[in-house]
Design a protein around this ligand. Structure first.
Ligand code: NAD
Length: 443
């Protein structure tokens, strides 16, 4: 089929590449000319495991193209995906300016039936607004063209995006148009070979499903962080508690890791946006507010532990940080916990020596050159001249380090394990002080 995708970010580029991989002809449109130019040269602007070969292969074969020119791309696609950003507005609600901008562009050029599919995470009711924006532009042109608008939220996870896209848990199609549902069933058929993963529902339910999924996941994290904070105060180890509760199949082991708080481009903004949506219809979503505030406090936790270790005097200290990205297998730094930790350390007069396997360039893009930040080439290089080590992102490469080497390198041998990667006893046996999250010994 012929497909057009607006937005070549994490969602748009991965979706475009995977649809091309299945034999579709995909045109990817972005307003960021520099990004389109890099993609056309075969450079992938984001780090996502497995993405580069798929993009390169399909670009070379002519199945996947990149452009800034919306008009021919709209003429190309039977299915037009909207996969642009929906950042938080000043009050926390989702800013729809990019989504509605694409809708207007579609209305300005559409000249035959197409299915407009919204993949961006958008508040309930956005499908109606997209429909109206397209219809207004068509009316302004004085033309009548049939089209359908479908809500098809995306559930891929950064770091596993290609795998999630090729083998989705579910494909939500929110539409009351049989014609549009038929087109999407055909497009997604190759992703459903093993079994049908499609769930068809109305648009509003589809839009709410995405927010509910992210809010549930964020709730699990904040819940475990709350338990960790209790564990710490009562002398219990939250890691044992985690295993103890995860064995109940109604709870399960997934996504119940306590740590230095959640970040990324989705959970913080989606929890907030859902809360604002609820408020807008006269409902106070108390649980969502609590999820957010627990997370906000948790992001300050690592700094608090380090600061307490030095009796609040961090001036002139150097802290080694392992992990900058908001989670492993990505270079994404949006709302990353590392940013809160680094900024608090700098405010307190400390220096940071940091290592991340992928997020070095992005960190440099955000903070530039500054005397209190050294971005290192390896985990052990980050320890040179550092007082203590803090772990912020749970990259696999950090799971089994040489504790003797860490001890020898640090001036004040201590590990602040923001992701509970290590066995406290093993760290202490190696001669280092250990601080974790909710491990009954931090206070
Ligand atoms: P992103 O910021 O990485 O990319 C968005 C892209 O859209 C940018 O390249 C931008 O230049 C482009 N854009 C903006 N206006 C445009 C226009 N008029 N025409 C063409 N391109 C335009 O965003 P993302 O992380 O891919 O997220 C996109 C949407 O998907 C958001 O609503 C997000 O909440 C949702 N989502 C993201 C993830 C994720 O893991 N990142 C997962 C599921 C859903």
């Amino acid at each position: 089929m012929k497909v057009t995708i607006f937005g070549t970010g994490y969602v748009g580029l991965v979706t475009g590449a995977c649809l091309a991989e299945m034999g579709n002809h995909v045109a990817c449109v972005d307003i960021d000319a520099a990004k389109v130019e890099r993609l056309t040269r075969g450079e992938i602007p984001i780090y996502e495991p497995g993405l580069e070969p798929i993009v390169k292969r399909n670009h070379a074969s002519g199945q996947l193209d990149f452009t800034t020119d919306a008009a021919p791309a709209i003429a190309h696609g039977q299915v037009l995906f909207i996969a642009v950003g929906t950042p938080p507005d000043e009050d926390g609600s989702a800013d729809l300016k990019y989504v509605l901008g694409v809708a207007r562009t579609i209305g300005q050029h559409l000249d035959r039936y197409a299915v407009v599919v919204n993949k961006s995470t958008v508040p309930v009711g956005t499908a109606d607004r997209v429909r109206k924006a397209i219809a207004d532009e068509l009316a302004a042109r004085g033309v009548q063209v049939e089209f359908d608008v479908v809500s098809n939220p995306e559930f891929l996870k950064e770091g596993d995006a290609v795998e999630d896209c090729l083998r989705p848990d579910r494909i939500i199609i929110g539409s009351s148009s049989e014609r549009a549902v038929g087109v999407l069933r055909k497009l997604y058929a190759p992703f459903n070979r093993n079994h049908d993963r499609t769930v068809v529902m109305d648009e509003r339910s589809a839009e709410l499903t995405k927010y509910a999924a992210n809010a549930m996941l964020a709730t699990k994290i904040s819940f475990m962080n709350e338990i960790a904070n209790i564990a710490e105060r009562v002398g219990a180890d939250v890691e044992l508690v985690r295993q103890g509760i995860g064995s109940d199949p109604r709870i399960g082991y997934h996504f119940i890791y306590p740590g230095a708080g959640y970040g990324g481009s989705c959970f913080p903004k989606d929890v907030q946006a859902l809360e604002r949506t609820a408020r807008g219809v006269g409902y106070e979503a108390r649980l969502l507010g609590a999820v957010e505030s627990v997370n906000h406090e948790q992001k300050g936790k690592l700094f608090e532990l380090v600061s307490r270790h030095f009796d609040g005097d961090l001036k002139g200290r150097t802290i080694a940080l392992w992990g900058l990205a908001f989670k492993p297998n990505t270079d994404d730094m949006r709302e990353a916990s590392s940013r809160r930790v680094m900024e608090a350390l700098w405010d307190a007069g400390a220096k940071v020596r940091a290592f991340d396997p992928e997020a070095r360039e992005e960190t440099h893009r955000i903070y530039g050159d500054r005397p209190d930040l050294v971005l290192c080439d390896s985990a052990y290089q980050a320890l040179d001249g550092a007082d203590v080590l803090a772990i912020v992102t749970e990259w696999k490469a950090f799971r089994s380090p040489d504790f003797a080497r860490i001890r020898a390198a640090l001036k004040s041998p201590a590990i602040f394990d923001g992701r509970n990667l290590y066995d406290p006893a093993a760290v202490e046996e190696a001669g280092l002080a250990y601080y974790g999250i909710g491990r009954g010994r931090s206070l």
